[in-house]
Design a protein around this ligand. Structure first.
Ligand SMILES: [Zn+2]
Length: 174
């Protein structure tokens, strides 16, 4: 059984940032999935689930309305581990090439007066939102991205070597 690509990342050494998760070719087009990681997995508290939900709504709305990028956006959604988000874009860009977009998207949260789509007709759990906490997490992450713009660590995942038995069997922990 092959490891899927994301699990060959050493999750114990991940720092927040913008990372390449995978590239897929669909017909003649390339689609790229990025991990937008806000929290250090297993080393600090995860994002509050209601704030996560609000960030999902607010940033999805921002990305799908940005004049330069809206046609590139395929998907924005939360990771089940509550440490970050998945962003799927058309094309084959490096994490550095989407840095400005991600920074702007998180900065935009501070201007939100309400959570878009937080109504029973639009959302599966419309009462589970927390705009105040969403603004706090977004500002924390945006400030971090700005402070670390020149650091390779926010664009490249730490890789892990895996134990392999004599007969070639790989150990993995996912
Ligand atoms: Zn919702």
């Amino acid at each position: 059984m092959d490891l899927i690509q994301s699990f060959s990342v050493d999750h114990t050494r991940i720092v927040p940032g913008i990372f390449l998760s995978r590239k897929d070719n669909i017909g003649d087009n390339t689609v790229t999935t990025y991990d937008i990681r806000l929290k250090r997995p297993n080393r600090e508290p995860v994002i509050d689930v209601a704030a996560m939900h609000s960030l999902e709504h607010i940033i999805a709305t921002y990305l799908r309305n940005d004049p330069d990028w809206k046609d590139e956006v395929i998907y924005w959604g939360p990771m089940g581990c509550l440490t970050g988000f998945y962003l799927i874009l058309k094309g084959n860009r490096s994490p550095r090439e989407i840095y400005d977009l991600v920074l702007r998207a998180f900065r935009s949260v501070s201007d939100a007066q309400e959570v878009p789509g937080a109504a029973p007709v639009n959302c599966g759990n419309y009462l589970m939102h927390n705009l105040g906490m969403a603004k706090w997490y977004a500002a924390e992450f945006a400030d971090y991205l700005a402070a670390n713009a020149d650091s390779a660590a926010i664009f490249e995942y730490p890789r892990t070597e895996r134990l392999v038995t004599d007969d070639g069997q790989h150990f993995f922990d996912s």
